[in-house]
Design a protein around this ligand. Structure first.
Ligand SMILES: *Cc1c(COP(=O)(O)O)cnc(C)c1O
Length: 370
């Protein structure tokens, strides 16, 4: 059994991918070829935002909007402590300080009440200038943007949505990528919309931000390539990746539907044996991961491993306890919810092609009936 079955998916779209590759080999525009414009337009329309900028990775999709906001040394950006390192890493790369916030125990997303307290404390300490909030749509479920936007408005902070895991999700009818002024997603192969390599996309409804991002993506270019108006990066996505994504987009909406079925089946099979994921009313998750809690996680994982069933732990160490952020001075006990969840959580195989039979077997091992 596989944790994510990319081969089953490839069978459905292999021909389209090969046709796409062949076109690129013929026209030779490997950088910023016509496929780039095409995937940007397609995904902007899907997300329901006017502008999309394809980039080299999900990390760049977070770093570049921070650069566009002139985030830098002395600034504070509020980030949940329970996420992938890249969320806070992008903040630190600008020279700004990631200020961690504990999570909601049921959704694992940033806790808005704790966010506001942390913002107030940061203002009061007068060491850093609160500048922005980066909510993360963890495991594919959008964060509580109504509460977050209200707080952002009150304290005049920007909101940058880390939609790396949530492309395809929605909240109250609005798609992930459209839940903040700027959002970044990732096409790492294991994400809901994954390429065959690294890639990412930035979404925004702000024309000025869009133009800045286009400049930052090519070394801060101005009117032409060798007129540089700011310091940027090489943040471009390859035409070849765009061709893969264009093929995958043909079946992506259907796959998001299949993921709902797989998650629903897990819910029914596992309720009562583990703490199943809680999806808030109004939210549709992209189900990047199906993550459950169990107080004796390691024993359950060991049983699954013996049965040939792969699992993963996202995330064993909250970011405030990572060595990379040791200089920030956090300690164990600072974020009790994230620390408890990190000790109990694990993720089960999840992809659109997971069969009912396989899920039943997984459930049998977990419930211990076999
Ligand atoms: C994957 C991921 C990223 C980074 O994306 P890459 O494409 O790997 O650079 C950022 N944030 C979160 C929450 C992620 O899961």
């Amino acid at each position: 059994m596989q944790f994510i079955d990319l081969a089953a998916q490839q069978k459905r779209i292999r021909e389209r991918i090969e046709t796409g590759f062949r076109k690129i080999l013929d026209h030779g525009q490997y950088i910023l070829g016509p496929e780039i414009r095409e995937i940007e337009e397609k995904l902007a329309a899907y997300a329901g935002v006017p502008h999309a900028v394809s980039v080299a990775s999900g990390t760049d999709a977070l770093l570049m909007p921070l650069m566009a906001e002139n985030t830098g040394p002395g600034d504070a950006v509020f980030v949940p402590t329970f996420t992938f390192i890249a969320s806070a890493g992008a903040v630190a790369l600008t020279g700004a300080t990631p200020v961690f916030v504990d999570i909601d125990p049921e959704t694992f997303n940033i806790d808005p009440a704790k966010l506001e307290v942390t913002i107030q404390k940061t203002f009061a300490a007068k060491k850093l200038t609160p500048k922005g909030i980066m909510p993360v749509d963890l495991f594919g479920q959008p964060a509580d943007y109504e509460s977050i936007q209200a707080i952002a408005g009150k304290y005049k902070l920007f909101v940058l949505e880390d939609a790396a895991q949530s492309f395809g999700a929605s909240r109250n009818g609005r798609k992930a990528g459209a839940l903040a002024k700027v959002a970044g997603t990732s096409f790492f192969p294991a994400k809901p919309l994954g390429g065959y390599g690294d890639g990412g996309m930035i979404f925004t409804d702000d024309k000025a931000v869009h133009e800045e991002l286009l400049s930052i993506r090519v070394h801060g270019q101005g009117a032409d390539k060798y007129t540089n108006v700011r310091v940027g990066i090489n943040g471009r996505m390859d035409s070849l990746q765009a061709a893969v994504l264009l093929a995958k987009m043909e079946i992506f909406p259907e796959e998001i539907g299949l993921r709902q079925e797989v998650a629903g089946r897990y819910d029914r099979l596992l309720a009562g044996s583990v703490t199943i994921p809680k999806i808030l009313p109004g939210n549709i998750s992209a189900w990047a991961q199906y993550s459950v809690l169990h107080p004796r996680r390691d024993a359950v994982i060991a049983r699954l491993r013996e049965a040939g069933i792969p699992t993963a732990i996202y995330y064993p160490i909250p970011l405030h306890m990572q060595q990379a952020f040791a200089q920030l001075g956090y300690k164990r006990g600072d974020f009790p919810v994230a620390e408890r969840i990190a000790g109990e959580i694990f993720s089960l195989p999840m992809h659109p092609y997971l069969e009912a039979q396989a899920q039943e077997r997984i459930a049998e091992v977990i419930t211990g009936s076999r």
